[in-house]
Design a protein around this ligand. Sequence first.
Ligand code: NAD
Length: 358
Amino acid sequence: MTLFDSPDFEAHEGVHAFYDERSGLKCVIAVHSTARGPAAGGCRMWPYPSAEAAEGDALRLSRAMSYKNAMADLDLGGGKAVIIGDARTQKTPALFAAFGRAVDALGGRYWTAEDVGVSPADLTHARETTRFVAGLEGHPAASGDPSPVTAEGVFRGLRLCVRRALGRDLDGVRVAVQGVGHVGGRLAEKLAAAGARLTITDVNPEVLRAVAERTGATAVAPGAIFDAEAEVFAPCALGGAINAETLPRLRARVIAGAANNQLADSATGRAVFARGILYAPDYVLNGGGIINVAGEIRALELGEAFDPDWVDGKLERLIQTLEEVLDRAQAERRPTNELANEIARARITLAAEKRQAA
Ligand code: NAD
């Protein structure tokens, strides 16, 4: 199969492969769409078994960023970079400087940031060779850790879903949180403060104990979270939490969490819908993280300091978008994840048409 026939290609504007002999950099930067603005998405470093595997991941992730940025109503398109290599043993300043040159070669069509395997310290070296980097620390435009903003967006969206599905506020509602790390831990604190009754889990026993102590939550073993008596299930660990094995065990009426790719596949999305569970599409609900990064890009472009009020306005708008998804899903009796994709595609197409007409 060639690149253009690949199911993941889906009208990418550009797929760029870069090689730097001296540093050993091998990377792919996929730019899905710049219709809404420069493509933005993190850089992942992973020991892909082949260039094809790296390219496939870059394509899927960059398209996902187009959708996420559109649903967050950002003036940003979608892109993603992947560096082929082992993040534990193959990182060097020269590698990230070469990566910065690759980003710079795209002339601002792609803004990079951190993702799996890439830290702010690594990006400091990329910043030496390109200005199109967000996620650095220690400057007035810096956005810092996105997790608190992600957690706030998830909290507001989860509260909306509870009102819609259960017709009540969070006080006394039972919520099961899977994964209480950077986002899940903060979400648990917000939920506890709102009077929710929590069951939580994590594969890291220390993190689990600390969050349980802070929130008064009941801690359970990782495998038991799917059987918790709870009205809400909040997946905040890794992808694929909702699948053919776990879905029948859930008692929840709402699924709303921070993790990316919560549904194992599209059949699972339809099964969730068939069970009458209100599912908050993951990439809409967790859009706070990219909104935070967008706040940094905006500040850098304007030469201003980071503006938390702008970020909060975008978070509010994100919840309005979630409401639009829920309204349409209810009116058309269709799964929320399908509606979210449709709305995202329509927003991107509209922007492309406006650009062509201009
Ligand atoms: P994190 O690594 O800080 O937290 C994840 C937690 O899940 C960890 O404590 C880990 O021990 C736990 N975990 C892993 N596997 C588990 C399992 N099988 N059962 C129970 N616990 C398990 O990550 P995070 O930054 O909190 O992100 C959580 C999720 O949200 C990820 O899927 C991430 O991609 C997504 N997300 C995060 C942000 C952000 O701003 N951090 C933004 C958008 C999406």
